[in-house]
Each structure stands twice: as C-alpha cells, then as structure tokens.
Design a binder for this molecule. Sequence first.
Ligand SMILES: [Zn+2]
Length: 129
Amino acid sequence: MDKKLLIKKAFEAREKAYVPYSGYHVGACVLTGRGKTYTGCNIESASYTPTICAERTAIAKAVSEGERDIKAIAITGDSEWTYPCGVCRQVIREFGKDILVIIAKSQEEYREYTLDELLPNSFGPEDLD
Ligand SMILES: [Zn+2]
C-alpha cells in the first residue's frame, strides 16, 4: 500500500473543496482492494444540511463505481490534525472495522488508526444479520 500516494491525492483533493461558508478545506482519498483510488473534498451548501464531508464524497465515488472493498482512507484538513466526524466514521464502518484511516498533517507526517480504534464497539452490517 502506497500511503504516501494516498496522502498526496488527499492533499490534491483538499484544494478542490467547495467551502464558501466555513472556509474549512478537507480532502480524502480511498484505496480499494483492486488498488484503485477515489478522492473526495467537502462540499458545502447555502442551506447547510446538504453539506457533505470529503470522506463521504470519496466513499460515494468508490461505491458508485462498484467498489465495496475499501482498504484505507487518507484524510487531511485545515486543522493540524483533521479527524473524521462521527457520521463519516459510521459510513467508513459500513465497509469494515479494519479499514486503515490515515490522518495526514503533511506529506511526511501522519498518524494511522484502524476504523475500530476511532469507532469502538460500533454498530455495523453484521448486527442486522
Ligand atoms: Zn464527516
């Protein structure tokens, strides 16, 4: 897994963020089991509620292209360390507890977690079996 490439693509996606209200830019890049990458940025709306985070944008792009095997997601934002919000943690969780979540401060400095570490004791698809 080329973590540096995922981080680079997350940084590139962050530049595309549409954030006229908050001014807070976030970029994400998902890696799938087939080795494909899908990027996302946050997209705000004047009516606020429809705003979508970068992580969910990237996952929506991956899933809408037929990908469900998500291995990793790299995230970067305007804070020193930008962690996924609760809604995004739950959406990532939908595709696995072991997904690697990379929180990138810079191209060189990043932290790694499993989704399970960021959302312990979570509710997921197997709870509905
Ligand atoms: Zn979010």
